[in-house]
Design a protein around this ligand. Structure first.
Ligand code: ZN
Ligand code: ZN
Length: 313
């Protein structure tokens, strides 16, 4: 596949925050997130070139759906939540996390759910080694992976570690729903947990035409003005690179920092799910990489070493 510039967006084209009731922060319902992701991955695995990989990812997401409600979260203080959101500081920041009881609980729930699936032999093998691994080492790998420090993380365990971390955070942030209105900012990283977005989505329905960045970890969505690089906030124009003008997925490319983040238009496929469609569109990443752009989005189902530059926050 090749990509070409389909549109150059000038700064100022669509830039200010909405002044109506459009929400600036939308928090996830944990079970729904994983159900929709598993369904979409299963659908994509029927036709995409990476069939086995996408089918495996659908089994992982389905295990997340089956087990996420067994994860309990610590109660967060209401005032801390409100004040943090108001000042653009993530109330459930990833930076200070240490794997403890939350990890033990989510690890057990997830691995028990995944082991019940009809796994390919190679997957069963890596799951077995993951379950038997030294817990202290695993916890260290989880803490590293969370901060995108991947040099000591076993690549075949990365999707399991990523899945467990997503369960912990998605469950934890769901309790922030009543306070979402406290957030009025414009963040390039997730305002709830501080992680990188996986991509951005232009929504339909009640949020029609508005663009949101989608958290790779906790599945929160936060408003992002269009026509601006989400990596470096350059005031210069960005360009859309895609296979065709009508493709579901385009790369929003910045010639200032040479970074790109995928943007997806829900109106072009209402069934789209951001993490699933990101995994199924590796050909877009390859084409954009051939054009000299570097991926700035993160996907917790694979390692990003060597292909992502650290973002300025
Ligand atoms: Zn987040
Ligand atoms: Zn940029």
């Amino acid at each position: 596949m090749t990509v070409s510039a389909v549109k150059i967006i000038q700064p100022g084209e669509i830039q200010s925050l909405p002044d109506d009731e459009t929400p600036l922060l939308v928090l996830p319902v944990a079970k729904d997130v994983f159900r929709e992701r598993a369904t979409r991955l299963a659908q994509l695995s029927e036709s995409a070139p990476l069939k086995d990989w996408l089918f495996f990812c659908s089994q992982v997401a389905s295990a997340q759906e089956d087990s996420v409600d067994q994860v309990t979260s610590e109660q967060l203080d209401e005032n801390i939540i409100k004040e943090s959101l108001r000042h653009g500081m993530p109330p459930t920041s990833v930076t200070t996390w240490k794997a403890g009881k939350d990890w033990d609980e989510a690890f057990k729930a997830f691995t028990e759910a995944l082991t019940k699936k009809d796994l390919l032999p190679v997957v069963r093998q890596s799951l077995d080694s993951f379950v038997k691994a030294d817990q202290a080492q695993l916890k260290k790998q989880a803490e590293d992976f969370l901060k995108a420090d991947e040099k000591d993380v076993r690549p075949e365990w990365a999707p399991f570690i990523g899945a467990i971390l997503q369960m912990i955070w998605t469950k934890k942030v769901a309790q922030l729903t009543p306070y979402a209105g406290s957030y009025r900012g414009e963040n390039s990283l997730c305002p709830v947990c501080g992680s990188h977005p996986v991509a951005s989505v232009v929504r339909v329905g009640a949020r029609d035409g508005h663009r949101y960045l989608c958290c790779s970890l906790c599945a929160s969505e936060w408003y992002a003005a269009r026509a601006r690089c989400t990596n470096c906030d350059t005031p210069k124009e960005v360009s859309m690179m895609g296979e065709t003008k009508e493709s579901l997925i385009q790369g929003e490319c910045c010639d200032d920092c040479q970074g790109y983040l995928k943007i997806m238009y829900q109106s072009r496929d209402p069934m789209m799910e951001v993490v699933a469609d990101d995994l199924a569109s590796i050909q877009v990443d390859l084409a954009l990489s051939n054009e000299g752009y570097q991926r700035t989005g993160r996907n917790m189902f694979f390692m990003v070493s060597g292909e992502t530059e650290e973002k300025e926050s």
